[in-house]
Design a protein around this ligand. Structure first.
Ligand code: URP
Ligand code: ZN
Ligand code: ZN
Length: 488
């Protein structure tokens, strides 16, 4: 029966003389799927929280949602997005927080967005700016933040220890992008690991060997090979695998909890697997695109068609795609993310029309991750429904210190719920889920089922596949330090 401090008429005890009416929502007869369970149940929501999960909760409610024949998932969490980020060319994304309704329509209720250090500012100011200016009254999904280094100085190192006090428990360092302000050298990386470890902050690493990429890019350009397909030629699997192995070794030496982002190669996956076998605090994620899309896309002779797929690491071959699925299935990799970047084709990608080196890296995908992984992973028999929920919701919540507030359907958790209708087919179309820019790399892909209804902290924000929320519905969710990667 409902466990709640609210009586069943929905009248909440209040310190005022009158009582305040709570909003009661009841989701009936859904097939509830969590990371370790699946059962038919009702979910009772009071205002923003889940207050009961059980059979036949016949409670008067302001809103009743019939979920018979549908799945009821915890809101999905995308722990790697760039809604308001500097891309590697230094330009601002063209799809900032106002466009995050695309996440909602794709079943994602929380993002962990990257907050890059703005020019001349510290880590803390840059985070405050994201929360109180850039995302305020604009985000349509809840958001936590990762810090992201773009300027190496004493202030930056000093501020790492302050991050948890403002609800941030992770920091990203780029081993890639030689010559750009994103790049950090190995000395910096080691020092970041040391400071972060002391503060309970997880070091997130973009693992690609910057020197080798730079040499290969120069060789390609000297030989007149400037088309988008040379993006993959200049970033072969070994540049990622070498950097991942180096990051693991440095993490081991420093004893620093480390998370390797957007893994795309079998070699980098193996580096994480070997680290886990040695009980090192090393974890990793992969992305939808490294599970579903090969580098053939970069060979399209039409610049626009190929440039859409320029992201880093580069897209790979089938063997690596299969290795990513194995890594997700066997537990080596802990999350599937989108690495969503709102870099448009009409302006930003054009900068590299004559030279692939200048094409800003990144592609959108926050709105497609859940339907794509459901279809290509669960329906095709590669992973179970529980593992799907685990890598797309529960583990991202744990890694980012927001579990069990987020990432599960349980009494006391935020009422972030996705009702998924498995009984229909759909096709990914930009016009059905606009992402704020002018392309979708999964356009035309056939999807099993569809995201039907989405609740964000109890509020219905998508209904019948249509966005019914508002700009500003999303709020900042502070992360707790010493999260999953610190657990022994
Ligand atoms: O190509 C990508 N992934 N661009 C976004 C920045 C990053 O490296 O995550
Ligand atoms: Zn990266
Ligand atoms: Zn990224």
């Amino acid at each position: 029966m409902p466990k709640s401090n609210t009586d069943m008429k929905g009248e909440k005890e209040c310190t005022f003389l009158h009582s305040v009416k709570a909003m009661i929502t009841l989701i009936k007869n859904g097939n509830v799927v969590t990371s370790d369970n699946e059962f038919t149940a009702d979910v009772l929501i009071e205002d923003e929280k889940i207050v009961a999960v059980g059979k036949a909760l016949n409670v008067p409610a302001d809103k009743v949602i019939d979920a018979s024949g549908k799945y009821v998932f915890p809101g999905f969490i995308d722990q790697h997005t760039h809604f308001d980020a500097l891309c590697n060319s230094g330009d601002l994304d063209t799809a900032p927080y106002e466009t995050s309704k695309t996440a909602v329509l794709g079943g994602t209720t929380t993002i962990v967005d990257y907050a890059p250090q703005d020019p001349g500012k510290g880590l803390l100011d840059s985070i405050d700016y994201r929360i109180n200016v850039r995302a305020k009254n604009k985000a349509c999904v809840d958001f936590a933040l990762h810090s992201l280094i773009t300027e190496v100085n004493d202030r930056m190192f000093d501020e790492i220890k302050e991050l948890p006090k403002i609800g941030v428990a992770s920091i990203k360092a780029f081993m890639a992008y030689k010559g750009s302000r994103l790049h950090v050298d190995d000395g910096t990386l080691v020092k970041v690991m040391a400071e972060s470890k002391k503060a309970g902050v997880t070091t997130f690493v973009h693992a690609e060997n910057a020197e080798i990429i730079d040499m290969l890019q120069q060789d390609c350009v000297k030989a007149g090979n400037t088309a988008p397909k040379y993006h993959a030629v200049s970033r072969p699997p070994m540049v990622e695998t070498e950097a991942a192995r180096r990051a693991v070794y440095l993490a081991e030496q420093m004893g620093a909890p480390t998370f390797i982002v957007h893994i795309s190669t079998k070699g980098a996956r193996d580096a994480v697997a070997e680290a886990k076998a040695k009980k090192l605090p090393v974890y990793g994620e992969t992305c939808t695109q490294y599970l579903t899309t090969t580098k053939e896309k970069l060979s399209n002779p039409d610049f626009n068609e190929a440039a859409k797929y320029v992201c880093s690491p580069a897209l790979r071959d089938e063997d690596d795609l299969e290795a990513m699925w194995e890594g997700i299935k066997d537990g080596t990799l802990s999350a599937i993310v989108s690495d969503h970047c709102g870099i448009d084709l009409a302006t930003l990608k054009q900068v590299g029309r004559d030279n692939f080196v200048n094409i800003p890296n990144g592609a959108p995908g926050v709105g497609d991750r859940v339907p794509m992984i459901w279809t290509k992973g669960v329906v095709s028999g590669k992973i179970s429904k529980q593992r799907f929920v685990e890598v797309c919701s529960a583990l991202p919540a744990k890694i980012n210190g927001i579990y069990p507030r987020k990432g599960t359907i349980a009494v006391g958790s935020d009422a972030d719920v996705v009702i998924y209708d498995p009984n229909c087919a759909s096709v990914i179309r930009l016009e059905d889920n606009p992402n704020g820019i002018d392309y979708n790399i999964y356009e035309g892909t056939k999807i099993s089922g569809k995201v039907d209804t989405v609740l964000l902290r109890g509020k219905v924000v998508a209904e019948g596949g249509k966005f019914v929320g508002r700009l500003g519905d999303g709020k900042f969710i502070p992360s707790k330090a010493f999260a999953l990667c610190f657990e022994k």
